[in-house]
Design a protein around this ligand. Structure first.
Ligand code: FAD
Length: 390
């Protein structure tokens, strides 16, 4: 780290634990996690034993209370070696963040404590087959009947929905109401009428499932609504404002891991009688990779610092600043991850393309980051919207 971020002793301790586990336990397993292609329960248990599931959450709900910057730094450390483990630690942050954003005190106490203790897992159910970027056109309905909401519809690509104990689900309580007709619910499993469908086969990261969900007259108690009817869209957007820097951090860690690998490789690989590190063409590649990775890191840390400051009650920070910085960090850092993993393959030549070398896996993992939590085109529309707002 180039700058002292004035972390407290406790924050530094949490981060040191993550760094140690990332190097000693996650790095040697990363290739096997990919090959096995199933939820790495042992990594989840390891994180649970060491209190890592508590990192995203405030102290009053059983978390470490160490804030967004430490979460981002922790995610970055894990992502240097593996594209799955950071999500094992932080996927709950996306799934349960709507409860922090809009839940009552009772709902927060009920759900977050268990999640922070690693006793429960959460998934985030927004995307539908005909509503990805265009959230307002989602079709799942939630109609109030006898004190319960009856959900009907379909979701797709929902990460870890098969393992999750709760899913925050977005559905229309006013089907004609556009984005103002969407509400948000905590659906607890098992729930009659909730069917987990097909696991998609993906380009990478198969250890994390992406599932279809079907709601067939699925009954959800009215008290499981988060916020008020019609607030779902705004809850989803505020959630994403807070979680996009985490995807940025996966991008930064992925880029740094591949840069480190490429540097080592370039010192060892000899062509025309000397290491390729002596060639200016390779040196310039490494310099560009390092420059962009550092720029992505600073933007990501800045977004996290802004979130911490906002949540501490700094009235000078507007919500639009959070949206803009979150989207900038997510977009830039994941584009950098794609660039750096591509260049790292180039530095390693034909070997970089082979499955025996980690760069090939990291390249596939990086591609996902440009798509999830809003594609990078959508991040640019968010930034432009913030810039052009009065
Ligand atoms: C592995 C994986 C895991 C996922 N996990 C989850 C999850 O846990 N929960 C969840 O709810 N969702 C999840 N998603 C869904 C993800 O967020 C969506 O795939 C993403 O938002 C894009 O939606 P789409 O796939 O329907 O693409 P579309 O919306 O159909 O977009 C297609 C293309 O058009 C572009 N585009 C669309 N609108 C605009 C615009 N206004 N301006 C410019 N370009 C535009 C897009 O950028 C993209 O290039 C996951 C996706 C994947 C691949």
């Amino acid at each position: 780290m180039l700058v002292n971020y004035n972390l407290t002793e406790e924050q530094q301790m949490v981060l040191n634990t993550v760094k140690r586990l990332a190097k000693e336990k996650v790095a040697p397993k990363a290739a096997d996690i990919e090959k096995e292609g199933k939820w790495p329960q042992d990594i989840f248990e390891l994180f649970k034993e060491n209190g890592l599931q508590g990192i995203p959450w405030p102290e009053e709900y059983g978390g470490t209370g160490t804030g967004a910057l430490v979460l981002i730094m922790a995610v970055e450390e894990l992502s240097k070696y593996c594209g799955v483990s950071p999500f094992v630690m932080s996927l709950n942050d996306l799934g349960a963040q709507p409860i922090i954003v809009a839940g009552t005190e009772e709902q927060k106490q009920k759900y977050i404590g268990q999640i922070a203790a690693g006793e429960s897992l959460a998934a985030f159910g927004l995307t539908e087959p005909d509503a990805g970027s265009d959230v307002a056109s989602l079709k799942t309905t939630a109609i109030l009947k006898d004190g319960k909401y009856i959900l009907n519809g379909q979701k797709c690509f929902i990460s870890n929905a098969d393992n999750a104990d709760i899913i925050t689900v977005f559905a229309k309580t006013d089907p004609a109401g556009g984005h103002r007709g969407i509400s948000c619910f905590v659906v607890e499993k098992p729930c009659p009428g909730l069917i987990i469908g097909k696991h998609e086969e993906k380009m990478g990261g198969d250890a994390l499932s992406a599932c279809e969900l079907f709601f067939e007259n699925c009954e959800v108690p009215a008290e499981n609504m988060l916020g008020k009817p019609g607030q779902g869209f705004f809850i989803a957007m505020e959630t994403l404002d807070r979680t996009r820097p985490m995807i940025a951090a996966v991008g930064v860690g992925t880029a740094q891991g591949c840069l480190d690998y490429a540097i080592q490789y370039s010192k060892q690989r000899v062509v025309f009688g000397k290491p390729i590190a002596a060639l200016q063409a390779i040196q310039f590649k490494l310099a560009d990779m390092a420059m962009k990775t550092e720029a992505a890191r600073q933007l990501t840390y800045r977004a996290a610092i802004l979130i911490d400051s906002y949540l501490e009650g700094n009235k000078d920070i507007q919500r639009t600043e959070l949206s803009k910085l979150g989207s900038m960090a997510k977009c830039y850092a994941t584009d950098v991850a794609m660039y750096v993993t591509t260049e790292a393959i180039q530095v390693c030549g034909g070997y970089g393309y082979m499955k025996d070398y980690p760069i090939e896996r990291r390249f596939r993992e990086a591609k996902l980051l440009q798509l999830i939590e809003g594609t990078n085109e959508i991040q640019r529309t968010v930034m432009a919207g913030c810039l052009l707002r009065d």
